[in-house]
Each structure stands twice: as C-alpha cells, then as structure tokens.
Ligand binder design. Structure first.
Ligand SMILES: [Zn+2]
Ligand SMILES: [Zn+2]
Length: 134
C-alpha cells in the first residue's frame, strides 16, 4: 500500500518523510529524512513508497503562550497559539499524525521553526514558561 499522508493533516507545511533503506542512510544508523509532498510519499533516493520502509514523521508544531489570548487553551488554563498557523484552534487529531510542543528543540514543522525564529517566540517567551518546573 502506498503511503498517504492523512487527509486532515495540515497542507500548509511540507510533510517530512523517512526511509529506512540502509542504502539511503546518510549517517550510519540514522534513517534518511526528506521533505515530501503530501501524497504519495516516495523516497527521493531509492524511490520506495511502501510502508514500513518509507513513511511520514509526526509533524510537531511549536506551541507558544500568547498573553493577549489564543485559540487553544492549555491544560494550565493559559492561551496558546500554533506558531505556523496562529488561528488554528486544534492540535492533534486521532489521524492527522501531528503534535505540538512548547519545546522548540523537538519541533520539526518548518513553518513553526521559521515563525519562532522570525518572531523570536522562543526567546521572547522564555523557556521558563514551557519547561516543567524542576
Ligand atoms: Zn530510500
Ligand atoms: Zn507548524
């Protein structure tokens, strides 16, 4: 079966695909990752398109606290926005293979990384707001 990116996944950002073919690895022991169109997912190197050899990574968005309000209310009761789509009012669904984190180091959404950098979200907000209290 070809790999199809879930229908309800955001199409505003490139999908990130991976290939487990050892011949495609660029670093020893690390799967090869590539930007891909949303369907079907094909490895640009070996042209494989079948899971589990190739697949799409969970897209992890950057979630930031907006003191002025935002469409997403966190479990802490504060308002948040998704950096690449600030009006978006939902995070992950059962099928969209998306996730969100306040920790920029695990974010892999190209749009969120750019927005965080351009708007200096990660710096302005400070890590203290995101990190779990020690
Ligand atoms: Zn490959
Ligand atoms: Zn994003």
């Amino acid at each position: 079966m070809p790999n199809i990116v879930p229908q309800d996944r955001t199409c505003k950002q490139p999908a990130r695909g991976y290939c487990m073919n050892p011949l495609c690895m660029e670093k020893r022991g690390e799967r090869f990752e590539f930007d891909t169109e949303h369907s079907p997912v094909v490895c640009p190197k070996c042209k494989a398109d079948k899971s589990p050899l190739v697949g799409v990574l969970v897209l992890i968005h950057f979630l930031y606290h907006d003191p002025a309000g935002g469409p997403i209310t966190g479990s802490d009761g504060m308002d948040y926005r998704v950096a690449c789509d600030t009006e978006r009012a939902y995070l992950a669904t059962v099928t969209n293979q998306e996730a969100a984190s306040g920790d920029i180091s695990v974010v892999n959404c190209a749009g969120c990384l750019k927005a965080a950098k351009d708007k200096k979200l990660a710096k302005v907000q400070g890590w203290a707001l995101f990190a779990d209290k020690p």
